[in-house]
Design a protein around this ligand. Structure first.
Ligand SMILES: Cc1ncc(COP(=O)(O)O)c(C=O)c1O
Length: 455
């Protein structure tokens, strides 16, 4: 298994040939039939057992049955949820990172990889206007990043409260918008925190709404953190970050900004002003596996004061003392809830270095422009209604008179015909249609074709 024998040679040729073909797909097709589980089991049953199998047979099961049953999130026709659009460079380098088995825990083990990753984190921190001491690490996704950041927020609040009047069994709370991502709700459940939910008419958290909610609240002393979103998942709304930051500061609360989806807009001059105030974040999350065109899985987690995060997340064990012997050395493990970690920032580092940041700016601007053009196209059609002008790459709209079932039939038909993956969403309790534009090769012709099929 660990030597280079004829079977290894055979696998190298076959797997790399498959990877090469996949990399050369341009455009990546949508794929994703929804076969019966019996079909999958028919091909897979028996492969896992005590006896070996010829690698060509196993790869054959993958290519003929497994892969076609996966919708390609990196297809320009994938317009649901939050798509992916990893650059070819990042995909290639991801293979290299896998082959190199880089253990990205500590400076001791992986100084080179960590330095390269940290330069990417610095690039993101600069775009956000975070101070020079800001830092963090790459984790698996926005959910993991939100959890790690809010753990720090909660511990900092607990430390501040120590010595004050006993909390009387009260749980700490976070002030969140009703439109915050579902991972924030999960995080609060895990942390045994409650939410003070702020609702606004246009779904955008603002400083005044936040201030009014805190002033009207009967127990402001139990608040630990304000969570704002820079690009809500369902509608792409950027909260009033400057206003939220000011209120958080007034009340001595941690200010967390979830930019897992929309944080990449920091690289787009056309919308950069909407992020003003992000420079005050105590913690900030941006998922490169979304709109910075990195492969799954990659989320950037940054702290204004990384020493606070280290004081919460650093794992102590006698066998780990060696990685902490020099306090000047940066250990990514110290900044999130993880120990072993893939150096998942490296594919982004490689691709950014190869293509240059300007290419990223252009690709992000392309999705924003496409959202604007799609909104205009919706406005031209009497049977459609735009729900709100898009801020970023997400467009919500309704087909007047349609039932939920009609939206489902329309979406199913588009996937069946390999036109697009565009599952319906909901807005204020109503089923609606939603474009999530991210891939720079999604075309206006495709948008028109999708809209025509609603007529
Ligand atoms: C705003 C926001 N936060 C958090 C997440 C969770 O990120 P992940 O799916 O990488 O865990 C998402 C995912 O879409 C998101 O849009």
């Amino acid at each position: 298994m660990h030597s280079v024998d004829p079977t290894t040679e055979q696998m190298i040729r076959a797997v790399l040939a498959y990877a090469e073909n996949r990399l050369r797909l341009d455009p990546v097709p949508l794929d994703g039939g929804n076969p019966d589980q019996a079909v999958l089991d028919g091909a897979l049953t028996g492969l896992l057992g005590d006896e070996p199998h010829n690698p060509d047979q196993v790869l054959g099961a993958y290519t003929s049955v497994v892969a076609p049953a996966v919708i390609s999130a990196d297809s320009p026709r994938f317009l649901g949820f939050i798509p992916a659009a990893p650059t070819k460079a990042s995909l290639l380098f991801d293979m290299l990172v896998s082959c190199a088995s880089i253990q990205g825990i500590s400076w001791l083990e992986a100084a080179g990889a960590i330095r390269a990753e940290n330069l990417v984190l610095r690039l993101i921190a600069d775009r956000a206007g975070l101070p020079t001491q800001a830092g963090g690490c790459f984790v698996s996704g926005g959910s993991a990043a939100n959890l790690s950041a809010l753990v720090v927020a909660r511990e900092v609040a607990k430390r501040k409260a120590a010595g004050a009047a006993p909390p009387g069994g009260r749980r700490l709370r976070a002030v969140v918008s009703a439109d915050a991502h579902s991972s924030i709700t999960s995080t609060l459940r895990i942390l045994e925190m409650d939410a003070l939910i702020v609702t606004t008419g246009d779904h955008r958290l603002t400083g005044p709404a936040l201030r009014a909610a805190i002033e009207a609240d009967g127990d402001p002393a139990s608040l630990a953190v304000v969570v704002a979103t820079a690009g809500t998942t369902n509608a792409g709304i950027i909260d009033d970050l400057a206003g939220a930051a000011a209120v958080a500061r007034e009340h001595g609360l941690w200010f967390h900004v979830d930019g897992a989806y929309g944080g990449a807009g920091l690289f787009a001059p056309s919308v950069r002003r909407a992020y003003d105030g992000i420079e005050h974040a105590d913690s900030f999350v941006l998922d490169p596996h979304k709109w910075l065109f990195a492969p799954f899985d990659c989320a950037a987690l940054l702290y204004r004061d990384p020493a606070l995060a280290r004081s919460v997340h650093k794992q102590d064990a006698s066998y780990l003392d060696v990685i902490h012997s020099d306090p000047a050395q940066w250990n990514p493990t110290d900044y999130a809830y993880h120990l072993t970690r893939r150096a998942r920032g490296l594919p982004l580092w490689f691709s950014l270095s190869v293509h240059g940041v300007s290419a990223y700016t252009q690709a992000i601007e392309t999705a924003i422009r496409l959202a604007g053009r799609a909104a205009a196209e919706i406005g031209k059609r009497g049977y459609l209604e735009l729900i709100r002008e898009p801020d970023l790459g997400i467009v919500l709209f309704r087909r007047t008179g349609w039932t939920d079932a009609q939206y489902t039939d329309w979406a199913d038909g588009l996937l069946r015909d390999q036109v697009a993956f565009i599952p319906p969403s909901a807005w204020e309790g109503e089923t609606v249609a939603r474009f999530a534009f991210l891939h720079p090769h999604t075309s206006m012709d495709l948008v028109r074709e999708i809209l025509d099929r609603m007529g």
